[in-house]
Design a protein around this ligand. Structure first.
Ligand code: ADP
Ligand code: MG
Length: 730
């Protein structure tokens, strides 16, 4: 069964929800899904097929019918996985199925109702109960994060600004693929972690109202990291890190079916992309022959890389609806789930990873404790070396049980002492007033120092306590579980679940063996009997052959269907591409387009095109184009218009196009005085005069602009005067 010693298969369980009210009212057809709980089989009836067509049977690790309880699924299929996570393995549970089949119900459920709590809240109970019951030499640190993948973008649901921030995926040899800058909340109790979950759910719920059916279009991942430190035989503390991914996938139905356009189409394409990427990854892994597994095709598959074929134990919960109208989707889900059974993972304990947060916490706590001890030592020294008589109320407590009270005592005594000294100074009649003032000031300063010291110690103690409280220590009752019977009940339940699982496995194996060995045991007394037996067998095999043939036909049909859908999506996208291309080709100047294209580079990590910075490095900055220098004596370069005007001479027909220009051009000397040089250095005006093109009216562009400006601001009448003067002159 297993490829190597540490390899194990992905566990696949199937759950079917009850018919809902709408489906019940649709007709008397009833459900199309039957389940054999003992054998772990799902039997699917095709409502459109003739009654003689054989039913489709699939076998799984466990099946849960409409009457199944949340608790049953948890105890039998999830509990062992969470136990492994607590031992330092990576674990993943993901719910897969069509929208409305109970993915969220299975993962979340109604967490307020103990009967309807889903996998996630039950896992909270499990983890914290385990910690409270573990040995007292174990220290735990529990962290939680919550994210969603929407339109191939990762959003942090615990970040209030999540709608505007996009997170990136990174890979490290230690932790595998992870999300950079993802919020991670340290949780000390069930209540705290539930708050984290609610916060994230609310962030999702906001999306649901804003974006219409958002929840079914995004994948949600709740991540719990449990770090446990325990002294090993070598006397050193060893840390194990278990990571648990709880995944509620988007609805698996084909979104493209609905004939969507624009944004919706993009959305559908992306959802289909991630789910078909997941399907491709599962197929590649289940096949076992293809060397390349396309994890990089979507963010979802990259995040689940370890969970599918890597270092993790994985449980897949495939959810079904029993209604006849969803036969196709149900069959697809079952096929998908059936394929996933063949994926081999290689789980291993994550021992002493470099990035364990628990180690950092322990170091920080040790540092704070050392600081506090140092303060204590200093205070004690001061106390011991004190000449001031304190009526023998010396604290004789041992060095170890230094408490805040001790520190407080010391501080109050010191304060009292300083107050008394101040009083004594005030009452001393032999001291000069100046001297008195100085001494009192000194005491005041000492008092201030003392208070500062006290505040610093308080802060340090608070920080120390806060840090320490985040570490959960085994053997302490985090919750009230005085009831030993409850504990026993849980153990019994666990045992029963284990037994049911074993029984089912044995039955499944027996069934397979029976089929293989039945004929071997048969001995025939007569030819007639042999013919009968063989005919029977032939019939059986023929039925099997028919089943496989229909299966092949179904798979082919499905393949054609999905290809058609993909082609349709491709056509829509091509049309959109052509539209964009048309705009670019016709409305963006080619040189601008080239400039942009030269700056673009593709980032395969993020699967996006990115702009390179305009100025790449300091050394290149010198190569930047300088602003063209203007001809001597002119404020700016001569425009093309001015150049044309120069070559055309003063009497061109173009001059009529700008009356102002024409007017101003008549007498440049007139304009220069009020407008340009009146307030500045008058010595500059001769330079205008000495301009080589003065006579040809080169300065007209400058004059025109300035006149325009001054007209607009109507701050200077000079330009108006300038406009009018030549006219008068004319
Ligand atoms: P999904 O997340 O797959 O889109 P939901 O979990 O939201 O579907 O389930 C849709 C509805 O069906 C909900 O009202 C839920 O309460 C109900 N439901 C799903 N599974 C079950 C079940 N096993 N038992 C009872 N009700 C269920
Ligand atoms: Mg849902």
């Amino acid at each position: 069964m297993s490829k190597n010693k540490s390899s194990e298969c992905v566990k696949v369980v199937v759950r079917c929800r009850p018919l809902n009210r709408k489906e019940e009212s649709n007709g008397p057809a009833g459900g199309i899904v039957q389940m054999d709980l003992k054998l772990g089989q799902v039997i699917l009836r095709n409502p459109r097929a003739p009654p003689c067509e054989p039913l489709k049977t699939f076998t799984f690790d466990a099946v849960y019918d409409a009457n199944s309880k949340q608790r049953d699924l948890y105890d039998e299929s999830v509990r062992p996985l969470i136990d492994s996570v607590l031992d330092g393995f990576n674990g993943t549970i993901f719910a897969y199925g069509q929208t409305g089949t109970g993915k969220t119900y299975t993962m979340q459920g109604a967490w307020m109702d103990p009967e309807k709590r889903g996998v996630i809240p039950n896992a909270f109970d499990h983890i914290f109960t385990h910690i409270s019951r573990s040995q007292s030499d174990k220290q735990y640190l529990v962290r939680a994060s919550y994210l969603e993948i929407y339109l191939e973008e990762i959003r942090d649901l615990l970040d209030p600004n999540h709608a505007n921030t996009r997170l990136e995926l990174r890979e490290s040899p230690e932790t595998g693929v992870y999300v950079r800058d993802l919020t991670s909340c340290v949780c000390k109790s069930i209540k705290e972690i539930e708050e984290v979950m609610n916060m994230g759910n609310q962030a999702r719920a906001v999306g649901a109202t804003d974006m219409n059916e958002h929840s079914s279009r995004s994948h949600a991942l709740f991540l719990i990291t449990v770090e446990c430190s325990q002294p090993g035989p070598d006397g050193r503390k060893h840390i194990r890190v278990g990571r648990l991914n709880l995944v509620d996938l988007a609805g698996s139905e084909r979104q493209a079916k609905t004939g969507v356009h624009g944004e919706r189409l993009k959305e559908a394409a992306k959802i289909n992309l991630s789910l078909s990427a997941l399907g491709n990854v599962i197929s590649a892994l289940a096949d076992g022959r293809s060397g390349h597994v396309p994890y990089r095709d979507s963010k979802l598959t990259r995040l689940l890389q370890d969970s599918l074929g890597g270092n993790a134990k994985t449980v897949m919960v495939a959810t079904l609806g029993p209604a006849p109208q969803h036969y196709d989707e149900t069959l697809t889900t079952l096929r998908y789930a059936n394929r996933a059974k063949n994926i081999h993972n290689q789980p291993r304990v994550n021992e002493d990873p470099k990035d364990a947060l628990l180690r950092e916490f322990q170091k920080e706590i040790a540092r704070l404790r050392a600081q506090l001890n140092h303060r204590k030592w200093r205070n004690k020294h001061k106390k011991d070396g004190d000449v001031w008589d304190r009526d023998g109320d010396e604290d004789t407590a041992g060095e170890e049980d230094y408490e805040e009270k001790d520190a407080e005592d010391y501080m109050t005594l010191e304060e009292q002492r300083l107050e008394l000294e101040k009083e004594a100074i005030r009452g001393d009649r032999f001291l000069l007033a100046e001297e008195k003032q100085r001494l009192l000031g000194e005491k005041e300063r000492m008092m201030g120092d003392l208070r500062k010291e006290q505040e610093a110690t308080e802060q340090l103690t608070a920080k120390y306590k806060a840090m320490e409280s985040k570490l959960l220590v085994g053997g302490k009752n985090i919750m009230d579980h005085t009831n030993e019977q409850q504990k026993m009940l849980e153990i019994k339940r666990h045992e029963i679940a284990e037994q049911t699982r074993n029984e089912r496995e044995i039955q499944q194996q027996m069934l397979i063996q029976d089929e293989e060995t039945l004929e071997l045991r048969e001995t025939f007394t007569s030819l007639q009997q042999e013919v009968e037996a063989k005919t029977k067998k032939l019939k059986k095999l023929y039925a099997k052959l028919q089943c496989i043939k229909t299966e092949i036909k179904d798979v082919n049909d499905e393949h054609v269907r999905s290809r058609q859908e993909l082609e349709q999506t491709q056509n829509e996208l091509t049309r959109e591409l052509k539209f964009k291309y048309l705009i670019i080709e016709n409305f963006i100047p080619p040189e601008e387009k080239n400039k942009i294209m030269n700056r673009l580079t593709f980032d395969p990590e993020e699967d996006q095109w990115k702009f390179q910075p305009l100025v790449q490095s300091e050394s290149k900055s010198s190569q930047m184009k300088k602003r063209p220098s203007s001809a001597v004596g002119y404020k700016r370069p001569i425009t093309q218009f001015a150049r044309v005007a120069m070559t055309m001479g003063p009497r061109t027909r173009y001059r009529a196009e700008n009356v102002m220009l024409l007017e101003l051009d008549m007498n440049p000397l007139n304009i220069s005085s009020p407008d340009r040089y009146s307030e500045s250095d008058p010595s500059q005006s001769p330079s205008q005069d000495s301009s080589p093109s003065k006579d040809r009216g080169v300065c007209k562009s400058t004059s025109w602009c300035q006149s325009q400006k001054s007209l607009k601001s109507s701050s200077s009448n000079g330009s108006l005067v300038a406009c009018q003067t030549p006219a008068v002159a004319q």
